[in-house]
Design a protein around this ligand. Structure first.
Ligand code: PLO
Length: 505
């Protein structure tokens, strides 16, 4: 038994060693203070117990200061908890820190980094991102068509709420379908009806991916674990396969029907870019083509990010409205005054509904979608503040700490939309530079404008008609959240009641 144990340990050491040498710390350098670490497992003993990583990293500041380092297995990780350092990483030295560490789960999700969110920085990546950016601008932001699509989905969502009036309803699948249909229109020029089996399958695989990918799990820390039976990895493989099948099908159909003269969605736009690139024999990309793999992974990214993030924020917003009925009432009063009941909300109302906008901003502060963002990697030897950072270091931005920093936010634990309003309550403003819900710099969220449009319109439509409350006999949902690639909202039910003024309509 003992021999076996020693053998196992030696193999483990052997397998981990090459990775250990990835980051070389040099003598006489001023590296960030490090948590104690052991060979092989690094600082993992700190992670025993079920404290969520963002909360643990936040708490560790008391002992190690706002910038410190640790070892995840043999990976050298620097944790940033202050906005000044975060801005240096994301903005001032954005390009230097634009790398991404490769992990087993994200490689599986993205065919070894052929997407945008999890792929490391390269000239090709820059081109790929630019392409998506222009496609999103073309179909989305600012265009009336998108507003129409969102309003259509909002209207259908309100119909579903009407059908379940006064009885407990899990809004999660309904919100997901509404958001999915907006992204579907954008990407595939299609949408889902209620109960569509393809949509149900999508819900299932997406949950499987969120549960398993990029959550600082063991298999990402000790990659050799992938060669042993692993339940989570099996689930991830199955879900990725389901996703790929679904996307491949849509992709093939678009390829068959493609015409250069009628580009009506994101896939068409990417196909056109591919054709142009092939015709121009583009040099910048040194032989790397926009292969089907890249196109598919790009669409998968936009689709996944577009659905999962916005749905999560909508669910957090509903959860907070249940906890703070007075906030809900204030939004409704504002809606009644500025909009009335004779027409539905439109994007042009955004500037006239500052309290609703402030509430959405506050939700994004108190429960950031991605509390640790996605880890960055230093592409060369560099520094943060007075500290040296070696090439290859992973840099984790703890947005949670930044959004809950007492030096920047008065009573950060309190949910208070008013902090985003001026004294007269008429204008929305950002009270602290310590507010980065969409990240910043070269890797800033591509969907910020789209997300803000959706959050505003969906909430305005719902609250114009309904008051949301906790169903009788049920308790308020827990606001803590489950850590993962997004901060997940617990399952809960809501009672939607038709507002008095709307009844009279
Ligand atoms: C969500 C589940 C999907 O099935 C796949 C997917 C793709 C892109 C990911 C997204 C997931 C989670 C949220 C991410 C997004 C890219 C950018 C976004 C990580 C895993 C954030 C919050 O940074």
């Amino acid at each position: 038994m003992m021999v076996l144990f020693i053998l196992f340990f030696l193999i483990l050491a052997f397998l981990s060693f090459p990775r250990m040498s990835k980051v070389k710390l040099k003598c006489k350098r001023n590296y960030p203070k490090s948590l104690p670490s052991l060979p092989l497992i690094g600082s993992l003993l700190h992670f025993v117990g079920d404290t969520k990583p963002h909360l643990l990293f936040c708490r560790l500041q008391q002992r190690y200061g706002s910038l410190y380092s640790l070892y995840m297995g043999s990976d050298y990780v620097v944790v940033v908890n202050s906005y000044l350092h975060a801005k240096e990483v994301l903005l001032k030295k954005g390009k230097i820190f634009a790398g991404r560490p490769r992990t087993v789960t994200t490689d599986l999700l993205t065919r070894n980094g052929k997407d945008i969110a999890f792929a490391s920085y390269s000239p090709f990546w820059k081109y790929q991102r630019k392409l998506v950016h222009s496609a999103l601008c073309m179909f989305g932001e600012g265009s009336l068509a998108l507003e129409k699509i969102i309003c259509q989905e909002a209207s259908s969502l309100c119909e579903t709420l009407s059908a379940a009036l006064d009885s407990p309803l899990d809004m999660s699948p309904e919100l997901t379908r509404a958001v999915t249909n907006v992204v579907c229109s954008l990407c595939f020029n299609s949408s889902y009806q209620r109960g569509d089996p393809e949509f149900e399958a999508m819900l299932k695989y997406s949950q499987g991916i969120v549960d398993t990918v990029a959550k600082q799990g063991m298999v990402d820390i000790f990659p050799w674990l992938q060669f042993f039976p692993n339940k989570e990895l099996t689930l991830l493989r199955k879900c990725v396969e389901m996703r790929d099948q679904l996307l491949q099908q849509k992709f093939e159909k678009h390829k068959e029907e493609f015409s250069n003269d009628s580009v009506s969605d994101l896939i068409d736009a990417l196909l056109r870019a591919k054709l142009n690139m092939e015709n121009n024999n583009s040099h910048i990309l040194s032989g790397q083509g926009l292969t089907d793999d890249y196109l598919l992974m790009t669409v998968a990214d936009i689709f996944g990010a577009g659905v999962e993030t916005t749905t999560t924020v909508l669910k957090w917003t509903v959860l907070y409205l249940l906890h703070y009925p007075e906030v809900q009432q204030k939004i409704q009063e504002e809606l009644d005054q500025k909009l009335g009941f004779n027409r539905h909300p439109l994007l042009k109302d955004r500037q006239h509904l500052p309290y609703l906008e402030a509430t959405i901003s506050e939700v994004l502060r108190i429960r950031p979608v991605s509390p640790l963002l996605i880890p960055h990697e230093a592409l060369q030897d560099t520094s943060i503040g007075e500290y040296d950072i070696p090439k290859g270091a992973q840099v984790v931005i703890n947005l949670w700490s930044i959004h809950h920093d007492e030096k920047e936010w008065e009573k950060p634990e309190e949910f208070s939309p008013d902090r985003f309003l001026d004294e007269d309550g008429n204008r929305i403003y950002t009270p602290s530079p310590s507010y980065l819900p969409f990240g910043a710099g070269v890797r800033v969220c591509l969907g910020e404008a789209l997300a803000k449009m959706e959050l505003f319109l969906f909430m305005a439509w719902i609250l114009q008609r309904f008051t949301l409350s906790v169903p009788e006999g049920q308790t308020l949902p827990d606001p803590e959240g489950k850590f993962g690639v997004v901060l997940q909202v617990p399952k809960f039910k809501v009672k939607a009641s038709l507002r008095k003024a709307w009844e009279k309509k």
